[in-house]
Design a protein around this ligand. Structure first.
Ligand code: GLY
Length: 394
């Protein structure tokens, strides 16, 4: 019975999908209806992915023929439960909530994992999303414990949370721009407990990053390496960009999003100024394609370089929030609308013949390692859904 149901969930949407595609070619006026149906079918694909504590979906495998799965310790694990929570918010369909709860349970052990700065990505996107919807006290406790674990990575001399533990022989104390995203968990922990420790650490980290991570033109470096005795920034390099001085697209996104979110909790005008300045750098860049989806790195000279949908969705979502604080709101909303419009197209929706729980194609994870090149990645979907929700609340 279960097997039959599973077959029906896979085959019926596929049949519908092929009929939609055919219909679109024959009658272009039905295109928008068809695209929304295609989108809904992609959402449903997330529901039929079986809950398994050891198999959080992240992207495609090397052959691009099935899902690449990771353990909860991976930095991307929280996004899949987050996608289900957000789909529940978007659709009101209880089935998404049930699945979201089931996946979120398997994230809990990460609250004690002090070996990573990615606690915010993992716990805020799963338990945080869930807490907003359910007010479940246990979720709140997990978030506070996770924040306690995260602040063990704070170094007073540097004024930052340490990002990575690898490459210790080369990087004494690396901090990456992505780390700004983990501050949301700390700001929330102070709101939940009344203890200002978390908030103060988040502000100190944001101030140190503000001082050292941005270039004159307001693009950002990826990795800043600090001296743990003097606290000085001694090196500014890349790990996922094409070179140390390049503008890696998703890194620009983490900066814009990170300072917009930090402004939400602090109202510090310096954060708003940085978010706006970095948004200007990005939106005015001569190499930003007309359809709004950036290449993976602005400085890759290749003609056949891949796009990075995840950078576009992170920035679209961030700009929808920034629009609520800034006098440049029209420009920000226009970009977000363009990205959403571009992505709601057959070109960008995942290939339905691969049974994988993703919505959008064409993200690029780690170009220097030739890993996750031009394929669906779970966080591209997360920020897309967040942008849709922000749009619907406008
Ligand atoms: N935090 C890693 C990345 O953006 O790929």
């Amino acid at each position: 019975m279960k097997k039959n149901l599973a077959l029906i969930t896979i085959i019926v949407p596929l049949l519908f999908l092929f009929s939609c595609k055919k219909e679109k070619k024959e009658n272009p006026t039905t295109a928008s209806v068809s695209i929304d149906s295609l989108l809904t079918l992609r959402y449903q694909q997330l529901l039929s992915y079986q809950v398994d504590s050891m198999s959080f979906p992240r992207s495609y495998n090397k052959n691009k023929s099935e899902t690449f799965k990771v353990l909860s310790k991976d930095w991307t694990s929280g996004f899949f439960p987050g996608n289900l929570w957000q789909l529940y918010k978007l659709t009101g369909n209880e089935a998404y909530k049930t699945q979201a709860e089931a996946w979120t349970v398997h994230m809990e052990k990460e609250k004690l994992n002090g070996g990573t700065h990615d606690m915010g990505f993992k716990i805020y996107c799963s338990f945080g999303e869930g807490y907003e919807i359910t007010n479940n006290e246990h979720y709140k406790e997990v978030m506070i414990e996770s924040a306690n674990t995260l602040i063990t990575r704070f170094n007073k001399n540097v004024g930052s949370l340490r990002s990575w533990d690898f490459n210790k022989d080369i990087w004494e104390f690396p901090v990456i721009i992505d780390n700004m995203m983990n501050l949301e968990l700390l700001f929330e922990a102070t709101k939940m407990t009344g203890d200002s420790t978390y908030h103060n650490i988040a502000v100190t980290h944001a101030n140190t990053t503000l001082k050292n991570h941005f270039r004159q033109n307001n693009s950002s470096y990826h990795v800043v390496v600090y001296d743990t005795i003097t606290g000085d920034a001694k090196d500014k390099v890349t790990h996922q960009g094409i070179n140390d001085d390049s503008s890696w697209a998703r890194g620009q996104g983490w900066g814009i999003y990170g300072y917009t979110m930090s402004y939400r909790y602090t109202k510090d005008p310096a954060y708003l100024k940085q978010a706006e300045a970095s948004a200007e750098f990005y939106l005015n860049h001569e190499k930003l394609p007309e359809d709004g989806i950036p290449f993976w790195d602005f400085d890759d000279p290749a003609t056949d370089k891949p796009r990075d949908v995840s950078a576009a969705t992170v920035i679209a979502s961030a700009l929808l929030e920034l629009a609520t604080y800034s006098s440049n709101s029209e420009k920000y909303i226009a970009y977000a609308d363009k990205v959403i419009g571009t992505l709601k197209s057959e070109e960008y929706l995942v290939d339905p013949s691969i049974n994988a729980p993703f919505i959008l194609d064409h993200s690029t994870g780690n170009w220097p390692k030739k890993d996750e090149m031009d394929e669906p990645i779970v966080y591209g979907d997360y920020y897309f859904l967040e942008a849709l929700l922000r749009k619907s609340n406008q």
